[in-house]
Ligand binder design. Structure first.
Ligand code: NDP
Ligand code: GDR
Length: 359
């Protein structure tokens, strides 16, 4: 049985990847952070299912307390687990927040990646352990070329992007210096009903559901013109695994090859929730109006603008398609929005039932 170690297992991608690897028969180990409130909601179902199935014997998912900023802790987890594969997904992953916590972001996202590589090297696991690094389309930042591919030059636009740039190059450097199987997946935005609530897609689908059910009046957004290549997280974790099964260590762009604006995402999400939006005005005066009664449901709030913005990301997944046989359009843009709104409608109903129970 193969052993995988996932940092960031409690995040969106970590939860889908853990599910995927358990189905493949892996023994899955995850690093979780101590928190004063529960942070395991995305993986509890896995943990409980596994617990019930294999109560005391042969449990297939194991959680270890740790932090990307703590080298000795990372070394000790890797030494204990002796993983065949490490998926380094842990990161302070919010671009706007990285402008407020640049030093911590550099430590966790940049140096954190080095800590994993060094642990594997120091423990003499170079020949055994394959490493996947969660690189990002944010590396491209300011547009140099459209669509962006493996050879497109990087120009990050945030402390997050710059920290991930260090992660990207240190992975490549350890691969070339120490003959390690360490690879970068340059993933474009990928979303799901498990997406964090402060990322724009989830913020929109949750708001559309709350507004439809009369629980919220308005949605405030930042840059409506930003263009992104949005895929489904469930499809993207499969590619992380494929990259580690490939015979050579190589970096890949993972994207759908389609680009849409935040405004377009918002229009479709509200439509899916049963509300037709019409856009009126321009710039910070632009607003989304409910066509059926004239209510203003979406407004621009400059507080959500970033000190430097990434205006346009569009990935070219040709290499992943031809070399790994990965299908970039398994879930369409419309199907992604439909699933997110559908799940958030249920989530809001449940929220309401819980609120009433405490009234
Ligand atoms: P999330 O923000 O949902 O999850 C991040 C995970 O990292 C959480 O488990 C979080 O723990 C953990 N984490 C954060 N800081 C630390 C730390 N210092 N030590 C240990 N664990 C930590 O991100 P996603 O799942 O969306 O993304 C996964 C990875 O892929 C990230 O590295 C992200 O930067 C990258 N990426 C994501 C893309 C996307 O569109 N989703 C696109 C390209 C790259 P906790 O739950 O306790 O907060
Ligand atoms: P991004 O995702 O920055 O691309 O990083 P996010 O959803 O935060 O923003 C996408 C675009 O939408 C614009 N935007 C808003 N964003 C947020 N969060 N909130 C708003 O109200 C809002 N209004 C408009 C943003 O300005 C931006 O242009 C994500 C993260 O998952 C990273 O970890 C990952 O590396 C990249 O995707 C690829």
């Amino acid at each position: 049985m193969k052993k995988a170690l996932i940092t960031g297992i409690t995040g969106q991608d970590g939860a889908y990847l853990a599910e995927f690897l358990l189905k493949k028969g892996y023994e899955v180990h995850g690093v979780i952070r101590r928190s004063s409130s529960f942070n395991t909601s995305r993986i509890e179902h896995l943990y409980i299912d596994e617990l019930i199935e294999d109560m005391h014997s042969n449990r297939k998912i194991h959680l270890h307390y740790g932090d990307m900023t703590d080298s000795t802790n990372i070394i000790s987890i890797i030494q204990k687990v002796q993983p065949d594969e490490i998926y380094n997904l842990a990161a302070m992953s919010h671009v706007k927040v990285s402008f407020e916590t640049p030093e911590y972001t550099a430590n966790a996202d940049g140096i954190g990646t080095l800590r994993i590589l060094e642990a594997v090297r120091l423990l003499g696991l170079n020949d055994r352990t394959r490493i996947y690094q969660a690189s990002t389309s944010e590396l491209y930042g300011l547009v140099q070329e459209i669509p962006q591919k493996e050879t497109t030059p990087f120009y990050p636009r945030s402390p997050y992007g710059v920290a991930k740039l260090y992660g990207f190059w240190i992975v490549k450097n350890y691969r070339e210096s120490y003959n390690m199987f360490a690879v970068n997946g340059i993933l474009f935005n990928h979303e799901s009903p498990r997406r964090g609530e402060t990322f724009v897609t989830r913020k929109i689908t949750l708001a559309a559901s709350r507004i439809k059910q009369g629980k919220q009046k308005k949605l405030y957004l930042g840059n409506l013109d930003a263009l992104r290549d949005w895929g489904h997280a469930r499809d993207y974790v499969e590619c992380m695994w494929l990259m580690l099964q490939h015979e050579q260590p190589e970096d890949f762009v993972i994207a759908t090859g389609e680009m849409h604006s935040v405004r377009e995402f918002c229009t479709l999400a509200f439509k899916e929730a049963g509300i037709s939006l019409e856009w009126q005005g321009q710039g910070i005066e632009e607003r989304g109006v409910n066509q059926s009664n004239g209510d203003v449901l979406v407004e621009v709030d400059p507080n959500y603008f970033r000190p430097a913005e990434v205006e346009q990301l569009l990935g070219d997944p040709t290499k992943a398609k031809s070399v790994l046989g990965w299908n970039p359009t398994k879930t369409s843009f419309e199907a992604l929005i439909k699933e997110m709104v559908h799940e958030d409608m249920k989530f809001v109903e449940k929220e309401e039932r819980i609120r009433r129970a405490f009234d």
